[in-house]
Design a binder for this molecule. Structure first.
Ligand code: GLC
Length: 432
């Protein structure tokens, strides 16, 4: 993806030369993005739109209707984009590049904050008007760019290991696996059961899209490696990263991961797990509420992701609410963002759709923990989660990761070669 404005290009080039790869322009409240966004006056009232990926859980209209009943002259229309993150990003960028006012409030994936803020596609938000202190700190960080708030944390996401409790129990396995080798050993035991006939061991999101970046980063981090260091510099040409990628590529090769999983996004894996095709599945919390309504109900639980030598680490996911710089009716938009990201709304999203809330105390709420016993596990998963590279050039970074990981998974490159090529690509992308 080579979409960027001339000004942002100049800024990131200058900063790259200074070694500040994770940042671009608009550093202080007085210059660049900070000045224009900081001076946003949030004026105008009237109808607006809320733009997000497809609402698989069906809970969004319920919350929007609540707003619309209370604000008949400031109605919100819900625009649903495709399910996959890359298509959502493309459409949001197109909207920004044409300076269209069609999109008002954007449900922005946590990995896009830097890119959208640096290009001045979204407005800086008044920090004091959002209850950030009551939220999990890593989640709040995802909404900031160069120390300023550009989005309101709405839902977080941490990867979880879904597993079939009924089958593990029957096979004599008493606790979920903490390591990849325990997981494959458990699968071997379960597969001996007649009811596991035709089942596969494990899947995640392995189609060539953002989900693959998530799963690659988790594999690398869970083997003790990093994708980028604290300064945004790539380090994937390492023995640790190789162990992570080898786990994925080796699992496809030996059938631990079924071949068709290289076409899986989140929803495909969920369907496969719910219909009894998988023993283990890596997926996000939203799956829990849907699976509880499926024929897998009562037969599954969730655990932390496994890793090479012990529990693994999740990639930090989630969505925040950002305000398109080109939108009209920004006073309405700001109010709607406060409403939609409030603890009350987060409670509805959690209760109805098991979305991970940004609010700390919802994870410790007794009745919610009764409904979703995994909440303490999820909280830890989010607190320990590793953010994907926080770079302005995120589009280039993620497409390089997708390209090389996919080549290794499908056997067209060795993992050593894929990581070597990826290191070069990432060095190039982050040095632009
Ligand atoms: C989820 C996560 C998001 C991630 C996407 C990848 O929606 O919340 O952060 O990028 O999955 O498919």
């Amino acid at each position: 993806m080579k979409i960027r404005t001339t000004r942002a290009l100049q800024c990131s080039t200058a900063l790259a030369a200074a070694g500040l790869l994770v940042t671009a322009c608009g550093s202080s409240g007085d210059g660049g993005a900070g000045a224009s966004a900081g001076s946003t006056s949030f004026q105008g009232r009237g109808p607006i739109t809320y733009v997000a990926g497809k609402d698989t859980s069906g809970v969004v209209p319920k919350v929007i209707d609540r707003w619309n009943r209370l604000h008949p002259k400031e109605k919100v229309t819900f625009i649903q984009l495709p399910t996959d993150a890359d298509s959502q990003r493309q459409q949001m960028i197109q909207n920004a590049e044409t300076k269209s006012d069609a999109y008002t409030v954007l449900s922005l994936d946590v990995v896009w904050t830097s890119e959208f803020a640096a290009h001045q596609w979204i407005d800086r938000l008044p920090e004091k008007q959002f209850p950030l202190r009551t939220m999990l700190k890593p989640v709040v960080e995802t909404a900031k760019y160069r120390g300023n708030l550009y989005a309101a944390p709405a839902s977080s996401d941490g990867g979880l290991l879904y597993y079939r409790t009924d089958l593990l129990k029957k096979a004599g396995v008493t606790r979920p696996p903490a390591t990849w080798s325990e997981m494959t050993a458990d699968c071997a035991k379960v597969k001996k059961l007649p009811e596991a006939k035709g089942m596969s061991c494990y899947a995640g999101q392995f189609q060539k899209y953002e989900g693959l970046t998530v799963n690659f980063a988790e594999a690398v981090n869970s083997a003790g490696g990093v994708v980028t260091d604290a300064n945004g510099r790539p380090h994937v040409d390492t023995p640790e990263a190789k162990k992570g990628l080898d786990f994925l590529a080796g699992s496809v090769k030996d059938g631990t991961i079924p071949k068709e999983a290289v076409t899986y996004q989140e929803e495909d894996g969920r369907q496969a797990f719910q219909s009894g095709k998988l023993i283990f599945l890596r997926n996000w919390p939203y799956v829990y509420a849907l699976a509880e309504k499926s024929k897998a109900a009562g037969k599954f639980a969730v655990a932390p992701l496994p890793g090479l030598n012990g529990p693994g680490s999740s990639s930090l996911g989630g969505h925040n609410l950002a305000l398109s710089s080109f939108a009209k009716n920004k006073a309405t938009a700001l109010d709607f963002m406060k409403f939609f990201s409030s603890e009350d709304s987060a409670g509805t999203f959690l209760r109805d759709a098991s979305l991970a809330p940004p609010y700390t105390d919802l994870y410790d709420n007794a009745s919610l923990v009764k409904q979703y016993p995994y909440l303490p596990v999820l909280k830890q998963s989010i607190l320990r989660a590793v953010p994907r590279p926080r770079v302005v050039q995120y589009g280039d970074v993620t497409s390089a990761i997708q390209q090389e990981t996919y080549a290794a998974l499908t056997g067209s490159k060795s993992s050593t070669q894929a990581l070597k090529d990826l290191q070069n690509d990432l060095q190039h992308a982050t040095a632009q």
